[in-house]
Write a protein that binds this ligand. Structure first.
Ligand SMILES: Cc1cc2nc3c(=O)[nH]c(=O)nc-3n(C[C@H](O)[C@H](O)[C@H](O)COP(=O)(O)O)c2cc1C
Length: 340
């Protein structure tokens, strides 16, 4: 005889779900969206052009990156990037003249020089009305080593560099909630941040920021603003706040871009620490406007940045348990897109 198990009497599952996480009525939902929207409008160049040099450097990076992409095309076109070149030259000049030279100006100079060489080496004509200015601009850098342009890779080089057990690498990465309590050094963090900067980012613009807390008192102070680290937070070796600078964005279509670039960056940090033999736990910043503001009031996080997430990093004990966190079946996630 088969029996069926009765659902627990008098248990209101929907009510339990309501109580599980904070619920919000429409006005509160709207005010939280407004909080994000207003910050985006205050600092991005979506509506008004932000005169800040960081915003200009971001515009420059996006523009010169078009040249880099053209240089790396399978079938390059003579004179590509013609619409972007005047902006690139003007932005470099303005940033340099105002003492704001950076990787953006150097990358732009390197790319313009590669652009001129690219045309010369192939006997291709540059846009006639810009040629003189382009040549003069490129000549200013001489043979100074500069970033930017195109890089040649080979299949062999990639094969050699990826000759390790990636499957094992990713399958041994778990969110860790046991740590020795030993401090993680600034130099450990610097190395991994440097590696994670290699993550993809929109138009190569540099929006990612990391705030690190190493000292136990500071770490614990920071963690006291976070919900979700109890039982293990005090044993971490460093806590990172991952933020994204919205001065880097300039159109409404980028309204969610901070969380994309910041999320990709966070993932690279997590893998970087895993490669370094350190454990991590991503610590959510799923907070409403009031609590987000509380963190901003307690620490120096500029108004032009959004907090994406926190990451706890620590040293691993000899042996420890992790939550299995089963992943779904591939077919639950992967399908062929179908046209309507
Ligand atoms: C954005 C984000 C926020 C998270 N926040 C927390 C958190 O606050 N506390 C925690 O213990 N785990 C947190 N996690 C870890 C997840 O629970 C974990 O990544 C998930 O269960 C998958 O398990 P795995 O990381 O071990 O593969 C977070 C993960 C992400 C990506």
């Amino acid at each position: 005889m088969t029996t069926t198990t009765a659902v627990t009497v008098d248990f209101d599952l929907e009510e339990a779900r309501r109580a599980y996480t904070p619920k919000a009525e429409l006005p509160e939902v709207e005010s939280n969206f407004e909080y994000d929207r207003d910050r985006f409008l205050r600092h991005s160049s979506t509506r008004d052009i932000n005169p800040d040099p960081v915003a200009l450097a971001s515009f420059l990076t996006s523009a010169y990156h078009s040249l880099e992409k053209g240089l790396a095309m399978e079938v390059p076109r003579a004179g590509f990037g013609v619409r972007k070149i005047p902006s690139i030259l003007a932005a470099v000049r303005e940033l340099e003249a105002t003492g704001n030279a950076s990787v953006a100006t150097r990358g732009a100079r390197g790319s313009v020089r590669s652009y001129v060489r690219f045309h010369d080496e192939r006997g291709l004509a540059m846009p006639a009305h810009l040629e003189e200015e382009l040549r003069a601009f490129a000549a200013e850098s001489g043979d100074e080593p500069l970033p930017g342009g195109a890089v040649t890779l080979t299949r062999e080089k990639i094969k050699e560099a990826t000759d390790f057990d990636y499957d094992r690498f990713i399958k041994t990465r778990y969110s860790v909630r046991h740590f020795t309590g030993e401090g993680v050094t600034p130099s450990d963090v610097r190395t991994v941040v440097g590696q994670a900067l290699k993550s993809p980012r929109v138009c190569n613009r540099e929006s990612r920021r990391v705030y690190a807390a190493y000292e136990p008192e500071l770490r614990n102070n920071l963690l006291s603003y976070h919900h979700g680290n109890s039982g293990f937070g005090h044993r971490l070796g460093a806590v990172l706040v991952i933020a994204v600078d919205i001065r880097e964005f300039d159109m409404i279509g980028e309204r969610n871009q901070p969380w994309i670039d910041g999320g990709l960056f966070a993932m690279s940090l997590v893998y970087g620490f895993h490669a370094a033999g350190l454990g991590t736990c991503v610590l959510n910043w799923s907070e409403d406007r009031e609590h987000d503001q509380v963190l901003r009031n307690a620490f120096h996080i500029p108004d032009n940045e959004v907090v994406i997430t926190l990451i706890g990093v620590g040293h691993l004990p000899e042996q420890f348990d992790v939550a299995a966190s089963p992943a779904p079946a591939i077919d639950d996630v992967l399908s062929v897109i179908s046209p309507r």
